[in-house]
Write a protein that binds this ligand. Structure first.
Ligand code: ADP
Ligand code: MG
Length: 609
């Protein structure tokens, strides 16, 4: 029996988990340093590729070459993501069907970026088990359409993983909570992560999960909280320091990180202090939880309508919900918990770490697929209606939204023109009446139809959705007995050949040589120290004597020289020496703002690790 792992490929963070043979319990796998969350961030440079926390540290330094929130771009076209782009500091270009990301002169697709994250998780699991890992269950938001699911599968393939199942995140969460043990009941899963919001209503009956309805917003999450805080800070900085940092990408990234850290502290504390040293001034500001609540209240409240819509789709009232499950890091925000509690009229479950719950559930599903757990069935639903365009651009729905999958549907169509030999088929997804308002999934031709008067040919169209939520469409002309069937691949832009090529190219990352990575990290650390020392020398000028200034100057010079070499050890040593040389300076800089500034610096770096 080959091992299958469970992966939560998140917008913000990704995790990998497995089910422990002995205890039968799902467990997340930490990296060598004990970190469970792998930030879904990839940074490119001439020397190589960084992923995770190391890449996240590049957000400020190299915003144009550091890709985050790539999940928002997965399987999407340029028009789908236009709104998004002004928030992303890296360059996104229209591709064929799907967008591409431009890093310098190089172009890379979202699945390739995700594959780098997946490969890092795969390597983490391989180090943990001491054996190769080839199969995974990967989760996606319930709202992902076929193209986005396909893109996720492709990312797996590029990373050398066979994605044996794509699983909706809320369904995974319900598995992690072991809710199959409820004899019978209805569960609402409320998932607010970094970039997506999902609400799912599930029915559990005798060990069987059935998703009754899903709803949500693919553009709402903790990132939006951070953005609200940043806008508020920009205003405040403009008022108090007369500085407009709105168009300074480095400053914006710095503000974003500080805003997120403050937000996280405010989940536990009533007030916190935010200190950001800029070149011209040090920004210092207290923010209370009440102020934060005021900034994000509208965003939080906007999650309630999708909840009500999902309830309506399921034909239920809030009081019909037996259990409420919280998923996603943003559900740690007290205001979010309060609102969810108020809406459903009961305290939500939050015993499991909301960041881990989806990966844990994916591991449970993986174990089911591997044959280790046999007494559990899993049903999922299709999140959007699927149909074909008919005369006048009207959509004929074959599979309505919220249909339990796997499923298939069959419908008869005919021609509208005499002697028609070719019939254009247009497969669409969405809830609108007109095809032009829906998402176009695929177009294909059924050719070789015998010429007949309009209305005579009988064309049977079959939609088949497999357990992964991926759609196949076939069309057959029945009257003449001549059948033409066509398989449709969701038109999201990557051909088989593209995927093959990416698989090959990705091996270059696989060998992404450890030495190069360590060198980059040493250099980054050196850069950070150099920046801080230069700033401290400027701001603490009056506090250092001539001797000390000379010692620090010499250490700084030595570090700059070491930084320019390829010698990682030398850079590390020079960095350590630099830290020693400035110990006293740091001590004497007891000026309140500077003290706070250094403390906050340290806090930021601990958080990023
Ligand atoms: P995703 O599923 O989108 O990858 P996660 O579930 O990992 O996201 O959640 C990430 C989000 O949770 C981020 O916006 C992060 O700032 C937020 N977050 C994490 N911990 C906390 C906390 N203690 N308080 C508030 N927000 C938090
Ligand atoms: Mg998530």
């Amino acid at each position: 029996m080959s091992r299958i792992v469970g992966i939560d490929l998140g917008t913000t963070n990704s995790l990998i988990a497995y089910v422990d043979e002995k205890s039968g319990l799902p467990r997340v796998i930490p990296d060598r340093d004990g970190n469970v969350l792998l930030p879904s961030v990839v940074s490119f440079s001439g020397d190589g590729v960084l992923v995770g926390a190391a890449a996240r540290r590049q957000l400020v330094r190299r915003p144009a070459a550091t890709v985050y929130s790539v999940k928002r771009l997965m399987g999407r076209g340029y028009d789908d993501v236009k709104e998004e782009l002004r928030y992303l500091p890296f360059k996104v270009l229209p591709g064929e069907g799907i967008v591409k990301i431009a890093i310098g002169s190089r172009e890379i697709t979202p699945p390739e970026v995700s594959a780098i994250v997946l490969r890092s998780l795969k390597e983490r699991a391989e180090a943990h088990f001491g054996e190769p890992i080839a199969k995974a269950v990967v989760t996606v938001p319930a709202y992902f359409n076929d193209g986005q699911r396909q893109a996720t599968k492709d990312a797996g393939r590029i990373a050398g993983l066979d994605v044996v199942r794509i699983l909706n995140e809320p369904t995974a969460a319900s598995l992690a909570y072991g809710l199959q043990r409820i004899h019978e009941g209805v569960v609402a899963v409320y998932d607010l992560g970094g970039g997506t919001f999902d609400i799912s209503i599930l029915r559990v009956k005798e060990g069987v999960f059935e998703v009754l309805a899903t709803n949500g917003n693919t553009h709402l999450g903790g990132d939006d909280f951070d953005r609200a805080i940043v806008l508020w800070l920009l205003d405040d900085i403009r008022t108090r320091h007369g500085a407009d940092l709105g168009s300074d990408p480095e400053a914006l990234q710095e503000l974003r990180l500080a805003a997120e850290a403050a937000k996280i502290r405010l989940s536990a504390d009533d007030r916190t202090t935010l200190t950001i040293p800029f070149d011209a001034f040090t920004y210092h500001r207290e923010i209370t939880r009440a102020e934060l609540d005021g900034l994000i209240e509208q965003l939080v409240d906007s999650t309630l309508l999708p909840c009500r819509m999902a309830l309506a789709d399921a034909g239920l009232a809030p009081a019909d919900i037996d259990e409420v499950v919280l998923v996603g890091g943003s559900t740690r925000v007290p205001l979010v918990r309060r609102r969810v509690h108020e809406l459903f009229g009961k305290a939500p479950h939050s015993q499991l770490n909301p960041d881990e719950v989806v990966a844990l559930g994916a591991a449970v599903q993986a174990r089911i697929l591997a044959g280790g757990i046999t007494n559990m069935l899993l049903l999922d639903v299709t999140p959007l209606s699927l149909g074909i365009e008919t005369l006048g651009g009207i959509v004929s729905v074959l599979i309505p939204r919220n249909t339990t999958i796997p499923t298939h549907a069959r419908e008869m169509f005919t021609t509208s023109v005499d002697g028609q030999r070719v019939v254009d088929m247009h497969v669409v997804q969405g809830e609108r009446e007109l095809a032009k308002d829906c998402r176009s999934l695929a177009r294909f031709e059924l050719s070789g139809v015998d010429p007949m008067p309009a209305g005579m040919p009988k064309i049977e169209v079959v939609f088949l959705i497999d357990a992964n939520g991926i759609l196949q469409v076939t069309a057959t002309e029945l009257r003449t007995g001549k059948a033409a069937a066509i398989e449709v691949r969701p038109a999201y832009g990557l051909s088989e050949a593209d995927v093959e090529r990416m698989v090959e190219e990705s091996f270059t990352y696989a060998e992404a040589d450890v030495e190069a990575r360590l060198l980059i990290e040493a250099r980054n650390e050196a850069d950070i120290v150099i920046t801080h020392v230069e700033r401290a020398l400027r701001q603490g000028e009056a506090l250092v004597g001539d001797d000390e200034r000379q010692t620090i100057g010499a250490a700084l010079e030595a570090l700059r020289r070491a930084r320019a070499t390829e010698d990682r050890e030398l850079i590390r040593e020079a960095t350590t020496a630099m830290n020693r040389a400035t110990e006293h300076l740091a001590e004497v800089m007891m000026d309140a703002a500077l003290k706070a500034a250094l403390a906050s610096r340290r806090a930021d770096r601990v958080l990023e690790k």
